[in-house]
Design a protein around this ligand. Structure first.
Ligand SMILES: Nc1ncnc2c1ncn2[C@@H]1O[C@H](COP(=O)(O)OP(=O)(O)OP(=O)(O)O)[C@@H](O)[C@H]1O
Length: 292
């Protein structure tokens, strides 16, 4: 564990455990670089393609031969009943699954032309290129608002520019609310603001993809709306994968929706089709509330 990085206020693992130790494949290196100007928000988003992904917890086979593409610059919702494997899939995408004792994954997770499971790819670079936001906001408890956002940048940059922090806070729709209190603790913000601070922290390192695992389920309706509006804005700069139990939320924010059941992909398609004219009767039963 890097001593510069305090433990986040959550039992979720931090996505930034240590400094990169070896070179990364070129596009991941590009995605992870801190040298780009602060407003390099035009950075390309990348599609993620899962090819025959399988995941286990010990002997339990929890993700079964899942192939699925998350198109660049789109928001894809992962829906399905509790235990269907949604969170496991997102943790496989940025290689956090393997941090769980006894857990392993097989298959390919392609980011652009690079398999993030390629042994030559640095796992820290993967997690910079593929940011993650959890259900419970997890700002670093001892850090100011400013330092929370700067923390990822400091892993590799000698100097963090104020512009980079400001740009990320703008990107997360938080700048106006915090610009006069940047040195105050991040945990002093409201829950919704903390979640946007976590989004700013993820954005600061200019990821290609952001994974959101039920990012609004702990928030009030107004904060939820702000997160949903943010998803709409962010997808012009990053690819978004959002796990949600809220069907209305999926319908509001997602261009594409994938329905999972028992670790398998039942169906994926344009969100409107999944909600109005799904191809599989199990999808219809789920989206109409007959189970789950
Ligand atoms: N850390 C873990 N150790 C062992 N089994 C796990 C672990 N995390 C998840 N599982 C199991 O893997 C399967 C998929 O769980 P996962 O959390 O991915 O589903 P989910 O669809 O995200 O559920 P929820 O909507 O309740 O969050 C479940 O059977 C679950 O019990």
């Amino acid at each position: 564990m890097n001593p510069d990085i305090p433990t986040p206020v959550t039992d979720e693992p931090t996505t930034e455990p240590s400094r990169p130790s070896r070179p990364v494949a070129p596009s991941l290196a590009a995605a992870a670089t801190h040298e780009a100007p602060a407003r390099a928000i035009e950075r390309e988003a990348h599609a993620i393609e899962l090819r025959s992904l399988n995941a286990w917890y010990g002997a339990m086979h929890s993700i079964k031969d899942l192939s699925l593409t998350f198109p660049a610059n789109k928001a894809t919702a992962l829906i399905g009943p509790s235990g269907s494997g949604k969170s496991t899939v997102v943790r496989c995408i940025n290689r956090m699954h393997e941090e769980i004792p006894g857990a392993r994954a097989e298959g390919e997770v392609m980011l652009d032309a690079i398999d993030v499971y390629d042994p030559k790819v640095d796992v820290v670079a993967v997690r910079r290129a593929i940011g993650m936001v959890f259900q419970k906001p997890n700002p670093f408890p001892t850090m100011s608002i400013y330092d929370n956002v700067a923390s990822g940048l400091r892993l590799t940059a000698r100097k963090v520019h104020h512009d980079q922090v400001e740009s990320a806070l703008h990107g997360a729709g938080l700048w106006e609310e915090v610009k006069d209190r940047l040195r105050e603790p991040g945990i002093g913000l409201s829950g919704g603001q903390q979640q946007r601070l976590c989004i700013a922290r993820a954005l600061a390192v200019e990821p290609a993809v952001i994974l959101m695992d039920e990012p609004a389920s702990a928030l009030d309706p107004i904060s939820t709306l702000k997160i949903e509006q943010l998803v709409e804005e962010l997808k012009y700069r990053v690819t978004i994968v959002i796990v949600t139990h809220n069907m209305q939320q999926a319908a509001r924010v997602a261009d594409q929706t994938a329905f999972m059941l028992d670790g398998e992909l039942v169906e994926v398609g344009p969100t409107e089709k999944i909600f109005t004219n799904p191809g599989d009767s199990r999808t219809e039963e789920y989206v109409t509330g007959k189970f789950g």
